[in-house]
Design a protein around this ligand. Structure first.
Ligand code: ZN
Ligand code: ZN
Length: 130
């Protein structure tokens, strides 16, 4: 396996094992375990390649850096949760919101963009009740 392939594999695997959308910096931290010396520029370049070949998609999050997830994971309609404390993003499966009912009379809703914010389970445990 040449170095490029090893890098791409490590990045792909990092996202798969994390099971949640990752920022480029998070990908870097995980992939460095497999490819010591991996640089952030390489991570960005590889992510770009993986987006172009349809493996990954970019998840734009308002007020935060883009996250990346596998196209397979993204093919089912879902939303994201951002923890205000640790900054990690998570998948929120499914969607039960009736947005058509929020639209003014005569308007047709064709899509929506919802991001949940709060505190993840781990951060919530650390600061119980405060
Ligand atoms: Zn958190
Ligand atoms: Zn939805």
């Amino acid at each position: 396996m040449n170095r490029n392939t090893a890098q791409r594999e490590a990045i792909r695997r990092s996202l798969q094992e994390a099971g949640r959308p990752l920022s480029a910096v998070e990908v870097l931290e995980l992939a460095q375990r497999d490819v010591p010396g991996l640089g952030v520029a390489t991570v960005y370049r590889t992510i770009k390649t993986l987006i172009e070949d349809g493996t990954l998609i970019a998840v734009p999050l308002p007020g935060s850096s883009d996250r990346y997830e596998h196209r397979d994971a993204a093919s089912l309609h879902h939303h994201h949760f951002i923890c205000n404390d640790c900054g990690r993003a998570f998948d929120v499966p499914g969607c039960s919101m009736a947005f058509q009912g929020m639209a003014p009379p005569g308007f047709v809703v064709s899509g929506h963009d919802v991001v949940l914010y709060g505190r993840c389970d781990r951060c919530n445990q650390g600061s119980n009740g405060s």
